[in-house]
Design a protein around this ligand. Sequence first.
Ligand SMILES: Nc1ncnc2c1ncn2[C@@H]1O[C@H](COP(=O)(O)OP(=O)(O)OP(=O)(O)O)[C@@H](O)[C@H]1O
Ligand SMILES: [Mg+2]
Length: 252
Amino acid sequence: MKDTAIQVINFSHFYGQQQSLKNLNLQVYRNEILGIIGPARSGKSTFLTCLNRLGDLVPGSRVTGKILIDGQNIYCPGIEVAALRRQLGMVFATPVPLPMSIYDNLVFGPKLQGKKYRLDLDGLVEDCLEKAGLWIEVKDRLKTSALKLSGGQQQRLCLARVLALKPEYILLDEPTSGLDPISTMKIEDTLRLLKKDYTIILVTNNTKQAARVADRTAFFLMGELVEVNETGIIFTRPADKRTENYIEGKFG
Ligand SMILES: Nc1ncnc2c1ncn2[C@@H]1O[C@H](COP(=O)(O)OP(=O)(O)OP(=O)(O)O)[C@@H](O)[C@H]1O
Ligand SMILES: [Mg+2]
């Protein structure tokens, strides 16, 4: 029996008058990688920002329906949004390290959060870099500027920075869209290892990436969830013709 971590129920999102997500119903299981594919403007990024309520920051943004995370409706009044955002760490398409050393990039967030991490920052740095698959490459130059890392290394640093805040969920929005194939492979390998400890949602504009790493894949089109299923099924016998057309590269 799969353990449901996130449950999306009759959920819609609007930017002003424009509806960007249309009555979504979907489960995310604990310790899976859920891939989300779909053409430009299908609502993939909007969906991620609804999960950690970053979307609230867009004026005119409005939702209906529910999203239960660990059983709690995150749109209930009284939800602590800052804590929610810590619980759902996010990695974006373009890595943006802070203009400081590798080490300081990692301890910046935990230090802001205060005392409970103060004891062993060195241990935290090593642990997060290790999990993000970057430790071996940078362990001898932790005090050098993060801006000197390659793009792929910077993206793994951004992932490590998210891990340093001890999230339960990792949301990634096209994390390898700017990376070369080797860096992409490293990120994919890292995600496969991380799912043991985290629940991961991976938005990707590369259908092959979903096929490679996602346990289940959801296909979004114009704000609608067309279908979601085991990745093997989505890529070999999708239920909907529109999914098949997209996967075969007929549009998108
Ligand atoms: N800040 C915003 N204000 C108003 N409309 C927005 C905003 N962000 C996105 N939209 C609209 O919402 C719809 C969904 O956009 P979204 O960025 O979620 O799609 P996406 O699937 O992530 O696309 P892409 O593959 O290009 O990243 C689009 O029609 C887009 O124009
Ligand atoms: Mg997007």
